[in-house]
Design a protein around this ligand. Structure first.
Ligand code: FMN
Length: 341
């Protein structure tokens, strides 16, 4: 209700300014435990995925809290887990502004932020000192300046940095805003990358730093239908613990006439729902026993429920929260029903 009053004001500002204003307000409320009020009563709906116990299956997708700066407030909203990042080994500014556009009539966003982030080392003290009880995944990527042939080095550096503070680590090879990044989804490239990442994870475990650090791989919704099964099979066979399907899309189907439709970047929100669900279906089928995290176009309880019914073990949201507001998280947790597994 209150968000329906605040939203028009926030939407007067450009999306990045609105983002900062919203987080300033959330952080201030969180300091006094007041952000909890947005959530209402959040029932426990525990699920165990990748060997981790999640208090409920609704998570925050990567990109909203890139630098792990707002975890307290986000946890108070009722999330069962949050994924911070994408973090790259070195800090980088991302693309020039403007780089984020609202397509309000479509409840959508187009962004080409380009992994603007302060770098892994900056986030580590906050991740290490966090007091929140929910799992926190750390999404890692490559720096824009790193040639694609050397991408593995960046993922290994980022993994080694966050290994002891992440409940799970996501290998992001699906952002459309880093040149050639999505080439890493080619079967031979993804096989090699996942093999290297899993090998490094196992090496770190063997040092006794900690016993468990699942690796998830996040894919794009634009992989051709016929290639999805082989891509997913390759990822699973190389030892990934989960697949996240999916990132934003390059497609503009359904929004072609919008003034921002031709902006470069990834589209998220309502126009992504159907495609993300279709991809999810194929991914779940190909992943067999490997769990899948469903993301893309969750704008209602029914959207989240459909992802769970398709077979997602967990669901993440991003754009839906910008349109529905902070109370959306609690609404989703209350609304979804977990199948007996
Ligand atoms: C502004 C914006 C920034 C994003 N940044 C990242 C990112 O840094 N890393 C990542 O893996 N996904 C990123 N995403 C993708 C989301 O995590 C999610 O996969 C996608 O938006 C689809 O979900 P949605 O329709 O609920 O937004 C970003 C999305 C948006 C809208």
């Amino acid at each position: 209700m209150i968000y329906s009053l605040a939203r028009p004001l926030l939407f007067c500002a450009d999306p990045e300014t609105a983002h900062h204003l919203a987080f300033t307000a959330l952080d201030a409320q969180a300091k006094f435990g007041l952000a909890r009020a947005w959530a209402g009563v959040v029932p426990k709906k525990p699920v165990t995925v990748m060997g981790i116990e999640f208090p409920n299956p609704i998570g925050l997708a990567a990109g909203l809290d890139k630098n792990a700066e707002h975890m307290d407030g986000l946890a108070q909203l009722g999330f069962g887990f949050i994924e911070v990042g994408t973090l790259t080994p070195k800090p980088q500014p991302g693309n020039p502004q403007p780089r984020m556009f609202r397509l309000v009539e479509h409840e959508a966003l187009i962004n080409r932020l380009g992994f603007n982030n302060k770098g892994v080392d900056d986030a580590l003290p906050r991740l290490r000192a966090r007091k929140i009880k929910i799992p926190v995944g750390v999404n890692i990527g490559k720096n824009a300046a790193t040639p694609i042939e050397n991408a593995t080095d960046d993922y290994l550096k980022a993994l080694a940095a966050v290994f002891d503070v992440a409940d799970y680590v996501t290998v992001n090879i699906s952002s459309p805003n880093t040149k050639n990044l999505r080439d890493l989804q080619a079967i031979s490239a993804v096989s090699k990358l996942v093999e290297n990442v899993v090998f490094e994870r196992d090496r770190l475990i063997s040092l006794g730093i900690k016993k468990h650090c699942p690796i998830a791989v996040k894919i794009a919704p634009d992989i051709a239908d016929d290639d999805i099964a082989d891509t997913v099979k390759a990822i699973c066979e190389r030892g990934a613990d989960a697949i996240i399907a999916s990132n934003t899309t390059l497609s503009r189907v359904g929004v072609e006439a919008h003034e921002h439709a031709q902006q470069a970047g990834g589209l998220s929100g309502r126009p992504l729902t159907a495609r993300a669900d279709r991809v999810l279906e194929r991914v779940v089928r190909a992943a067999k026993k490997t769990p899948v995290i469903g993301v893309g176009g969750v704008m209602s309880v029914a959207d989240a429920q459909r992802k769970l019914d398709i077979g997602a073990a967990l669901v993440q949201i991003y754009t839906g929260m910008l349109y529905r507001g902070p109370a959306f998280v609690g609404e989703l947790v209350r609304g979804v029903k977990l199948a007996a597994r």
